[in-house]
Design a protein around this ligand. Structure first.
Ligand SMILES: NC(=O)C1=CN([C@@H]2O[C@H](COP(=O)(O)OP(=O)(O)OC[C@H]3O[C@@H](n4cnc5c(N)ncnc54)[C@H](OP(=O)(O)O)[C@@H]3O)[C@@H](O)[C@H]2O)C=CC1
Ligand SMILES: O=C(CO)COP(=O)(O)O
Length: 378
């Protein structure tokens, strides 16, 4: 069992986060889209000396000079101290922590490009919520596979973190995770801004999968919203979606309590409720009758769920885990199921109605989830 999430790192008995704690600490953010730019602001507001890398020089220039990123964060003033560049070497010079905020399908190539400039001992932290097509790897696995780093140098940070809300300094929490609890605490401390606090754990698999899987459920929510179904339907999808996320993640080594926390349920709620969510928005367009291609054309930003559906279902099939909601999302995306039929198929197609929790038929999973076998349940 991984270390349980405790008090937010850096918060114990110390009152509000103090930027002094991070003074002089050089960190880098790779990717200057909505989340990369927002997270760079969080790190700067936590007192770090931050450089964000943008692949387009004009984006780097706008952040560096005007302290704005109008394409991704309209109306947001960025901290004066925030530096930006389109040169990886400059971004990574002296950085002990490197936060990765690019789309999942480009991460492997980006890692290859940045490798020559990494400082010895630098810790890489994925902010990415996707799975690599083809390899079916989570992003921490892609990092390990590409850079051959020890687990203590690979972290993830995830949670209910809609970028624009955080850029407006609306308070929220996250989970920083690493095989080394000390490294997780270090990551959490680096981004401890007054409006952004992180809990820590060593459950990298659960923390990472929470962020990946909630996107798929948010697509389903968007679809039924686009169809015009109401709150009962959405509540059923969120609840069954969490069960589906947990049944998928736990056999892969995730701690069920992680899925019940900020990186699972918390992010699921935020993404399913927010009209700012790109996955939710993409689903809504499809529910309204747009094709997948038309939807992709309309989306200006990354909706990771669209690319994660296939690899997640492949993994689920390999492991014999039923994922009826995600399966139906795939059918709707492929055009083989009408959006209005997603919810009626929601619960089960079994001839005999079954219990809400299906872990009972798999005693090992039941024991992992609840610390006891079904037979000796209190
Ligand atoms: N936005 C959010 O609220 C949150 C997002 N995330 C996750 O963060 C990750 C990044 O998403 P987000 O910032 O929102 O996405 P955006 O679509 O807002 O931005 C994507 C960024 O990646 C860059 N990019 C695109 N393709 C490449 C490439 N091939 N090589 C290098 N850079 C590339 C884009 O550059 P360019 O502008 O030049 O196209 C842009 O800077 C995703 O996995 C997402 O799930 C996690 C938490 C919150
Ligand atoms: O991950 C997110 C919130 O935690 C952002 O969700 P979207 O990618 O759907 O916008």
């Amino acid at each position: 069992m991984s270390a349980a999430a405790g008090a937010p790192a850096g918060a114990a008995g110390s009152g509000p986060a103090s930027p002094k704690r991070n003074r002089g600490r050089k960190v880098a953010v790779i990717g200057a889209g909505s989340w990369g730019t927002t997270f760079a602001k969080v790190l700067a507001d936590a007192g770090c000396d931050v450089t964000v890398w943008a692949r387009r020089p004009e984006v780097a220039q706008e952040i560096q000079v005007a302290k704005r990123n109008t394409q991704y964060l309209p109306g947001i003033n960025l901290p004066k101290s925030l530096q930006a560049t389109s040169e990886l070497e400059r971004a990574l010079a002296g950085a002990s922590l490197v936060f990765l905020a690019v789309p999942s399908q480009s991460l492997r190539a980006n890692l290859g490009e940045l490798e020559p400039y990494l400082e010895p001992g630098a810790v890489l932290v994925s902010l990415v919520k996707g799975v690599e097509r083809g390899t079916l790897m989570r992003m921490s696995e892609v990092i390990a596979d590409t850079l051959d780093l020890e687990p203590e140098r690979i972290g993830v940070l995830s949670g209910p973190n809609i970028a624009l809300e955080i850029a407006r300094e609306q308070p929220t929490g996250a989970v920083a995770s690493c095989a080394s609890l000390e490294a997780a605490q270090d990551i959490a401390t680096a981004c401890a801004a007054p409006y952004f606090r992180s809990y820590v754990n060593t459950d990298v698999i659960g923390t990472e999968l929470g962020g990946v899987l909630k996107n798929l459920i948010a697509l389903a929510i968007g679809i039924v919203d686009g169809v015009g179904y109401g709150e009962n339907t959405k509540a059923a999808i969120i609840t069954r979606g969490l069960a589906e996320m947990t049944e998928f993640a736990v056999p892969q080594g995730a701690d069920p309590t992680t899925l019940a926390g900020l990186a699972g349920l918390g992010d699921l709620i935020a993404t399913c409720q927010s009209p700012l969510s790109r996955n939710n928005t993409a689903g809504r367009l499809i529910g309204q009758g747009f094709s997948l291609e038309e939807t992709k054309e309309q989306m200006q930003q990354t909706a990771e769920g669209i690319t994660s559906v296939a690899p997640v279902l492949e993994l689920a099939k390999e492991r014999g885990v039923p994922m009826p909601i995600v399966q139906q999302v795939q059918m709707v995306l492929e055009g083989t199921m009408a959006p209005k039929n997603l919810a009626p198929h929601l619960a089960t197609e079994d001839d005999v109605p079954r219990p809400e929790m299906s872990f009972g038929s798999r005693p090992g999973l039941w024991a992992r989830l609840f610390g006891r076998t079904k037979g000796n349940a209190a």
